[in-house]
Design a binder for this molecule. Structure first.
Ligand SMILES: Cc1cc2nc3c(=O)[nH]c(=O)nc-3n(C[C@H](O)[C@H](O)[C@H](O)COP(=O)(O)OP(=O)(O)OC[C@H]3O[C@@H](n4cnc5c(N)ncnc54)[C@H](O)[C@@H]3O)c2cc1C
Length: 357
């Protein structure tokens, strides 16, 4: 929806063909962080792309607010990754050093904090917190309101949204694309595959390769409480409405979205060690959602060489990158250059390398 809104703002006639309410949709089940500090290990371009999106996020939030009156509740107080032992603290410091010492990585201001420094920022932490990494560019939003605002703003710009239009076949024909959906056939000169997990099936129809797989994440939400978190924590955040969300699981479970106390109890126990007051709160909701995880973890943006006019955009961390997708990517798609200018690092070509034997 971010890309569709951006394209509609460039006076393109845009139609979004989407699945139904019960389809997999990470945009509805995510943790809503705008997270920068750890991004880019192994691909500095991804770290820089993420920092750019974090910088653009206030512009996205205010544009959506102007067009729709909806506040997506962007908060960027800075984020902490809490660590529960000296060993964790040391590993984290080394990992961040490796990320930020990579050639081509833009300088990121982050610092390692000890227990006392963290306690000054988050007085409710427990005694087991050994320290944290802190980055002032990290933040969070209200992800459901973001999705709604993008839909409303898109419609106001004349965009057409069609739900229950699952595309099952794409045929390139004489410079156009014919899309057969569960509710009719559509023709377009340009096409952006932004179908999340659906992209792995759709991409080969236009000569592209998008190896994405589902990766399950479980989330716990507590009852609403008075604000006690002035900062956002990587695995725990207090929403604008007061509930506390906990998300700490990364599971290879194929397309299974079931939840289970086995994982939820570990997440809850770790969260309570970080903030003992959480032990006294009622849990009101839990769910699992599927991340759209590219094979190497990095975003995929490209235009098909065999079918020019067909683009792909898929990533994990689509909330963080929403500002880029709304404000930067549409102009690159409009320009039509192949590979997408400035985004060569994210091309699908990286998946063409034969495996070593
Ligand atoms: C548990 C969890 C926590 C997360 N936390 C964060 C976070 O804190 N910060 C962050 O930045 N990101 C986070 N993410 C990732 C983020 O939610 C996703 O990167 C983002 O929502 C992906 O958006 P998308 O539109 O590409 O995919 P989706 O939201 O999955 O949407 C894909 C859409 O494509 C449609 N579709 C599929 N196939 C077809 C087809 N054949 N024809 C038509 N339509 C089709 C589906 O119906 C669906 O609506 C998290 C994800 C999960 C699951």
């Amino acid at each position: 929806m971010a890309i569709a809104w951006g394209l509609a703002g460039r006076r393109r006639k845009v139609v979004v063909l989407d699945g139904g309410d019960l389809d997999f949709r990470a945009s509805r089940g995510n943790f809503a962080l705008v997270w920068v500090q750890s991004k880019g290990a192994g691909m500095p371009e991804y770290g820089c792309w993420t920092m750019q999106s974090s910088r653009l996020w206030p512009q996205l939030a205010s544009s959506l607010n102007e067009q729709t009156g909806l506040d997506v509740c962007l908060r960027k107080p800075g984020g902490l990754h809490l660590l529960l032992s000296d060993r964790e603290l040391e590993n984290r410091a080394n990992a961040l050093k490796r990320v930020h010492n990579q050639p081509g990585m833009e300088a990121l201001e982050y610092e390692m904090l000890d227990h006392g420094q963290v306690e000054k920022m988050l007085p409710q932490i427990g005694p087991e917190v050994a320290g944290a990494s802190f980055c002032s560019q990290d933040g969070h939003v209200n992800a459901l309101r973001l999705l709604r605002a993008l839909h409303v703003a898109f419609a106001r710009l004349g965009g057409e949204y069609r739900s229950n239009h699952l595309v099952h076949r794409i045929e390139p024909r004489g410079g156009e694309f014919s899309l057969s959906s569960s509710n009719g056939v559509f023709t377009a000169q340009r096409l952006v595959l932004a179908a999340g997990l659906g992209n792995s099936r759709l991409a080969p129809m236009v000569g592209l390769n998008a190896p994405v797989r589902p990766q399950r994440g479980q989330i716990i939400v507590t009852e609403k409480v008075a604000p006690f978190m002035n900062y956002v924590v990587h695995t725990i955040r207090q929403t604008d409405e007061g509930g506390v969300m906990i998300s700490d699981s990364v599971e290879e479970a194929d397309y299974d979205t079931s939840i289970g106390t086995e994982v939820l109890s570990i997440m809850a126990a770790r969260a309570v060690r970080m903030f003992p007051l959480l032990a006294g709160l009622n849990v009101v909701r839990c769910w699992a959602a599927l991340r759209v995880m590219p094979q190497d973890g990095f975003p995929i943006y490209d235009q098909s060489q065999s079918c020019p006019g067909a683009f792909i955009a898929t990533c994990h961390s689509g909330v963080t990158l929403a500002a880029n997708h709304a404000l930067v990517l549409p102009a690159l798609i409009d320009s039509g250059t192949t590979p997408l200018q400035d985004l060569q690092a994210f091309s699908t070509k990286r998946f063409d390398v034969p495996a070593a034997h």
